[in-house]
Design a protein around this ligand. Sequence first.
Ligand code: URP
Ligand code: ZN
Length: 456
Amino acid sequence: MDLHIINGTIVNAESTFEADILCRNGKISRIGKDLVSDHAKVQTIDASGCLVFPGGIDPHVHMHLKTGSGYSADDFLTGSTAALYGGTTTIVDFVTPEKNQTLQEATQLRMKEADNCLCDHSLHVSPVVWRTCMPEEISRMVSETGLRTFKVYMAYKDSIGLDDTVILQVMKAVAKAGGVVLLHCETGDEIDQNRKKLIFENKTSPLFHPVSRPGDMEAEAVSKAIEMAGQTDCTIYIVHVSSKKSLEHIKKARARGLKIYAETCPQYLLLDDSLYDGPFEEVCKYVMSPPLRKKEDREALWEALRSGVIQTIGTDHCPFTLEQKKTGLHDFTLIPNGAGGVEHRMALLYTYGVLTGKITLNEFVALISANAAKIMGFYPRKGMIAEGADADIVVWNRNRDSRISAQTHHSAGDQNIYEGFKTTGSPEMVIKDGQIVVLSGVLNRIPGRFLKTNAF
Ligand code: URP
Ligand code: ZN
């Protein structure tokens, strides 16, 4: 069956125009005025008054993440359901191998875990140790498995974090293979010392979480990452940038012509560290890394979106239940880190970015879809409404008011860091690979597909 979307206003990263769309066999087959389908069956969708966006791409989610407090609250099924309700049709999660596993072995297992994902999906792969065969594993990952993004952690030195010497080796190997290195930038050793000292001083509440990992430690790690990228000629992507100082380093590096991209998340644009002050049950949901920052950081992040210093909005979606967060009731360092948000990314950015005039509609589409598609290697298949692209389409009702709540969200998490936030604008209909997956609040469960990436 063909889908025929009429009367909508199409918004891409580069242009906005009135046109109709025909979808056939999962692809956008034609765009234009007065289109006629020659298919025996056509479903016509009247998008009058609506905006029509390419499906959202969230480049940073953690579904079914194994931690000391059990798996994160959302598996791939519930997490992708939440994503689709919010207009995100593609998610990119992570492979975090055991130290004795090859990247290939761990990736095969992770792909199985993602089997029930309803979004199209791909994976970033994390080297967590260095072996002499790692360059070979990385090269095969790009050329055979079809994954080209590799994530390294400068934090979490007691588990998956890497020393700078190893990160340099990874960057060399990834640059040679034609990939991109994603970095979680926080100086792990200093943070570990801070955490130990605070607990020793009996400063155990979530209030001390942001104290233990200040913005300067993120910025210092960003600066080191940039230096290493320069030495290795490696393309890098800094995940969840949250501090004003980090942005200054990134801006300068981009001006020097280094191949560097940056992501931030809605929580760093909309929330701040005053939220850590309160009873454990209310504030533990904000424990994530990096932590929420100050008002001046938020303002700098908005400016960085507008000026193009930041290219993408991910969510770092990784919710835990209150019960799981209580693992750290008497020691904030034991609270599982992370919060949900995959469902709200587009509505929040639309409401607090587009409707306040901070960013344009085209910048919105670049930030929630097109730029991630380009950097992660899904472009031109995804990230724009164009003939030949996958028919991942969001028909956006620009007037519908909503209020975010854990009572109504689709994540399996029982808390929401945006509880009470009002939004205007939400998907009227979500189409993925040419099939309607959400219509008037009802989900149509169609399996997502695993996405290989283009070489860089
Ligand atoms: O606090 C966070 N960000 N949790 C998710 C796991 C990670 O660090 O990326
Ligand atoms: Zn993350």
